[in-house]
Design a protein around this ligand. Structure first.
Ligand SMILES: *[C@@H]1O[C@H](CO)[C@@H](O)[C@H](O)[C@H]1NC(C)=O
Length: 476
């Protein structure tokens, strides 16, 4: 929730934002890429006339340097109920034995190495089911809603869960604009109800709370849970989320969520379910809140949706916050790699298009084929760790001195503010001590075959090649 940092010290936040934008522009102009994870993809690379063999064609859309080092591994997943998903499994062979130098500007005659096959043990896939027990709600602008369609459809399409989206702008959306958005969601097989706010005077943050009344009104006999979300809340899969919520009685008033991982944010904003992680109300709790909506809007100490909701829950229901592990507000700016590489099984992710930038839907794609294998880790030889869907990290100094049981605090020193949530922590490694290939692209290229592409950007000033690792998972 980007708006949150703007409150309190707007002048400072604006100045900082301006500085960051300025520095980014400078970096881009200088053609420097420091190998951070914040690179974009999707626009064609320059000067690639020669045409590549079909197996490499997709690389052109990834905005790589012309010169790349390419390696490919085929992975045959072996489903095993016996493995401990949270253990880092040791594989004695190296992950990439061969690297092939390829020039993407003249690769017509390149003959690709086929890539050796490796067996990796993975957990079973989640059983197929639908999720009519959920109504999710977001309040956002039309543009941001459109922007989020990829990640939203990743977890909502065909799920039978309902989405209520309130378009919160200065001017109400026109009938045509609403119709366009409804059509967009319908084509993605999402049961979406897209509405203007009932009360035009409310801010987006207030709408974030006030939409609960629309959600209650639109509930069906199957509805058990209302999920109050930010427009950048992402679920790798609804299956473990539904399984977690099924542990709680939906016929009682329930208020379920997570604190921020950053204790400073908890001190600042208070004890509550932070909105970006996803807040879940049982229908009885939501119905009570809906009945007191105006009163709660007028009487809250908070201008933020999640704060108003917390106050309203406390004043009018007997529900108290039930914290659920795995829901993540992700209050970490910049390099989030330590979070993703810690072996976690997140139920939700957040801030993926602002505080850090990752293609979360492509990252999580393997979840459809091997469930909890998303972010599962394997150690190859003495120096390489694959975190499935996130990165392949090579530690030039070896792994002996690195405790993979601790979370690397890559987003910057916080004085221990993340210890209560993500600890034990270890310090960010110095530059060069971890060479990360980060997932930039993933797709199901044929039924049951998933391609993941991990890239380590070379320093373009020194004409270093980009290093590209392709993993082909064969789930057939
Ligand atoms: C993998 O190897 C490391 C280092 O030798 C060891 O500490 C760890 O226990 C091993 N993990 C498993 C699951 O065997």
């Amino acid at each position: 929730m980007l708006r949150r940092i703007c409150r309190g010290r707007p002048a400072l936040a604006t100045a900082l934002l301006a500085l960051v934008v300025f520095l980014l522009v400078q970096l881009r102009n200088a053609g420097i890429n420091d190998g951070s994870d914040d690179f974009h993809y999707g626009s064609p690379a320059s000067g690639q006339a020669g045409g590549c063999p079909p197996g490499l064609d997709y690389l052109k859309s990834l905005r790589l340097a012309d010169k790349i080092l390419f390696s490919r591994r085929r992975i045959k997943p072996v489903v095993s109920k016996a493995i401990n998903r949270d253990e880092v499994l040791n594989i004695s062979v190296p992950l990439f034995p061969k690297k092939q130098a390829i020039d993407l500007s003249s690769c017509a005659s390149t003959v690709l190495e086929p890539g050796d096959t490796l067996q990796l043990k993975v957990p079973p896939l989640y059983p197929k089911r639908t999720y009519p027990e959920f109504i999710f709600g977001i309040a956002t602008s039309a543009d941001r809603l459109r922007d989020s369609i990829g990640p939203l459809s990743y977890w909502l399409s065909g799920s039978s869960a309902k989405l209520v989206a309130i378009i919160s702008e200065r001017q109400p959306a026109t009938a045509d604009q609403l119709q366009d958005l409804r059509h967009l969601f319908a084509t993605q097989d999402i049961d979406a109800v897209i509405l203007n706010p009932t009360d035009k005077s409310l801010t987006t943050s207030q709408n974030h709370f006030a939409m609960i009344r629309d959600m209650v009104r639109l509930s069906t006999p199957s509805t058990k849970w209302l999920g109050i979300l930010d427009d950048d809340t992402f679920f790798p899969s609804l299956h473990p989320l539904a399984a977690e919520l099924a542990l709680h009685d939906p016929d009682k008033p329930q208020y379920i969520g997570a604190l921020s991982e950053d204790f400073r944010a908890v001190k600042n904003w208070g004890y509550m379910a932070f909105g970006g992680a996803g807040v879940f109300l049982s229908l009885p709790a939501a119905t009570t809140i809906s009945a007191h909506l105006e009163e709660c809007l007028a009487g809250s100490t908070s201008s933020q949706g999640d704060g108003i909701l917390r106050d309203c829950v406390h004043r009018h229901t007997r529900a108290r916050l039930t914290q659920v592990q795995g829901l993540h507000q992700q209050d970490m700016h910049g390099d989030a790699s330590g979070f993703f590489e810690a072996g976690m099984r997140p139920l939700s992710l957040h801030h993926w298009k602002s505080w850090y930038r990752h293609p979360v839907d492509e990252m999580a794609l393997v979840t459809r084929f091997c469930g909890e294998c998303f972010l599962q880790r394997w150690r190859f030889g003495g120096d390489t760790v694959l975190t499935n869907g996130y990165s392949i990290a090579v530690y030039p100094g070896g792994l002996d001195a690195i405790d993979l049981g601790k979370t690397e605090e890559t987003w910057g020193e916080s004085g221990g503010a993340f210890e209560f949530s993500l600890g034990p922590l270890r310090e960010k490694l110095p530059r060069g001590a971890k060479r990360s290939h980060t997932l930039v692209h993933s797709a199901e290229v044929s039924p049951g075959t998933v391609r993941q592409v991990y890239v380590l950007k070379g320093n373009s000033r020194d004409h270093e090649p980009d290093e590209v690792v392709e993993l082909l998972w064969d789930f057939t």
